[in-house]
Design a protein. Structure first.
Length: 299
């Protein structure tokens, strides 16, 4: 895929994620009301898309509870802002192994099949949901994120039946290889939407040459975005736009506006917008994003 600077840029805001960030910043939203308000704030700041995880309000840990997703999505849809809703479907893939007895699963394991991961998608029919396109050693311990080819085909087929747009999350080059196979097999509707996720240990590093190489491997006509973690979040906005992509920011991936200054989701979107516009590009409205992604307005 030939790279050329993107002139109309969709900003996605990833509101909370499922990582262990709640104790590191009091600004990470936890309750459904807080997550929905963060999404509304991000939309007002210029995000065309909000990426939604939910957390257990008591513990702050990531959750697959459909009722929590329902409350977040209903609050956003009932608000006075227009924004595209993108829910994760990646929860339910965590396998924590005892390194000395690897057939023993430790606390933190939450492993279900590819279709069970879609319970909230089936009920709420978001505009977009994610599909994590491969397994990964997640961090330096004993957590493996499990997403096998069979699971992915089952999940992609069900999402396609529901009429929801898939965002394929790509954490490494092999994930991209398989995601292209899903496209070739007809399990991903056009336009294929790729999210290149950089800097997550131990997937593709947040390295400009790696991003450029992955972009070159995307199929013609693909719509893509990319993000990187922590202090690389804002530099990655520029990297992505220069190579023809869209961008993602938010507290799922980065807690700081600058060194020592904690951010809100809205502030991160505002900073991304400043970068995009300073480069001479335009920030896409939700309607323009729907046109890019061939989505219908929710009603």
């Amino acid at each position: 895929m030939k790279a050329a600077m993107n002139r109309t840029v969709m900003i996605t805001c990833a509101l909370t994620g499922a990582g262990d960030t709640v104790g590191r910043s009091e600004l990470v939203p936890v309750t459904p009301e807080q997550i929905a308000e963060a999404g509304i704030e991000a939309a007002r700041a210029g995000a065309a898309i909000v990426h939604v995880h939910v957390r257990d309000p008591e513990t702050g840990k990531g959750s697959r509870d459909v009722a929590l997703y329902r409350e977040v999505v209903e609050r956003i849809r009932a608000s006075d802002v227009d924004v595209i809703v993108n829910t994760t479907a990646g929860m339910g893939g965590d396998l924590v192994l005892d390194p000395q007895a690897p057939t023993t699963f430790l606390d933190g394991t939450d492993l279900v099949n590819g279709v069970e991961r879609l319970a909230h998608v089936e009920e709420l029919l978001p505009d977009i949901c994610t599909l994590d396109c491969g397994s990964l050693n997640f961090g330096g311990g004993s957590l493996v994120y499990v997403s096998t080819p069979d699971m992915l085909r089952d999940g992609a087929k069900r999402i396609q039946e529901l009429g929801v747009r898939v965002e394929m999350e790509i954490f490494d080059t092999g994930h991209l290889w398989f995601a292209k196979e899903l496209v070739e097999e007809g399990l991903i509707d056009s336009p294929a939407l790729f999210q290149l996720c950089m800097g997550i240990p131990y997937g593709a590093p947040a390295d400009p040459a790696t991003l450029a190489a992955m972009v070159q491997q995307l199929p013609e006509g693909a719509v893509w975005a990319s993000f990187a973690l922590g202090p690389m979040q804002m530099p990655w906005v520029a990297q992505s736009v220069l190579l023809g992509g869209h961008v993602r920011v938010g507290l799922e991936d980065n807690l700081y506006l600058r060194k020592g200054v904690k951010a809100t989701n809205g502030q991160l979107v505002e900073q991304a917008r400043t970068i995009v516009e300073a480069m001479g590009a335009k920030v896409a409205t939700p309607d323009e994003a729907r046109e890019i992604l061939r989505l219908k307005a929710w009603s």
